[in-house]
Design a binder for this molecule. Structure first.
Ligand code: FE2
Ligand code: FE2
Length: 263
């Protein structure tokens, strides 16, 4: 099977599962009637607003992704299915912020103007590196949102718990698709792909980091984000295991490829 055929098959599997099992409805699957302002604090507002802002760069993510992936059916169609799913994330966070009273409409309007005054740029130039980035970024986002779901449960907020359950489940599925892309690339060029993965890992940061003012600080103040240790043990190590590789092989791939690139 050619890589293009593999991409198409991977996309069809992703899409079928999404359509049959993972679709959710903002109007019916979130218990908006239970929304309350009981647990409202500024820290809570800051962390949800920060996640919302990060999801609101969607037009940039989509534009860049379409530019990179156009011409490969399975990947371009994934990009657009992904964009639709991601569009619900910013939307549901926005609705939560307003309906819970955490933010007023005027405050949200200021956030929107601030977000759209800047734009996100691709952190890595190639499709293969962006697949590596996607796998890591989606895993990190899944872990962060999953922790928020657990926190909402402890805070007896069934509305926010449902929001983070639904959104984190999407992120886990996205991470799975990107992992599959890396596996397809590895079958073509194992050493080159692993050198790319090592490079992306060494230079990894979240999309909002450096783009949203005080991103790290706000997540820390607001009680969001994940620790470097959690990222390593729950995102990086499982990825390496699933790809059938190791940190030693990544180092070896870098040593083999980087001198050739520099030559
Ligand atoms: Fe998202
Ligand atoms: Fe995602």
């Amino acid at each position: 099977m050619t890589p293009k055929e593999k991409y198409y098959r991977a996309y069809m599997e992703f899409f079928e599962t999404a359509e049959r099992k993972r679709r959710w409805n903002l109007f019916e699957d979130v218990p908006w009637d239970k929304v309350s302002s009981v647990a409202n604090t500024e820290a809570r507002a800051i962390r949800i607003e920060t996640y919302c802002a990060e999801e609101m760069f969607l037009p940039d993510y989509t534009a860049a992704g379409n530019e990179l992936l156009r011409g490969v059916f399975g990947l371009a169609w994934f990009q657009n299915a992904w964009s639709y799913e991601e569009s619900r994330h910013g939307l549901v966070f926005r609705e939560y912020l307003i309906r819970s009273g955490l933010r007023t409409q005027a405050q949200f309007d200021r956030l929107e103007a601030d977000v759209f005054s800047r734009s996100w740029k691709f952190p890595f130039p190639t499709r293969r590196q962006m697949s590596c980035y996607g796998a890591l970024q989606e895993s990190a986002t899944y872990l962060a949102y999953r922790a928020q779901k657990d926190r909402a449960e402890l805070e007896h907020d069934p509305t926010l718990e449902a929001v983070f359950f639904l959104v984190s489940r999407d992120e886990a599925a996205h991470a799975g698709f990107y992992r599959e892309m890396i596996a397809i690339e590895m079958a073509e060029d194992r050493v080159g792909t692993l050198a790319d993965l090592a490079h992306v890992l060494a230079n990894f940061k979240m999309p909002g980091d450096g783009l949203i003012p005080n991103y790290q600080e706000n997540l820390r103040l607001g009680g969001g984000g994940i620790s470097p240790r959690l990222f390593f043990t729950r995102a990086v190590l499982p990825l390496l295991k699933q790809l059938g590789t190791s940190r030693d092989e990544l180092k070896g791939a870098t040593a083999a490829v980087v001198p050739l690139r520099a030559a």
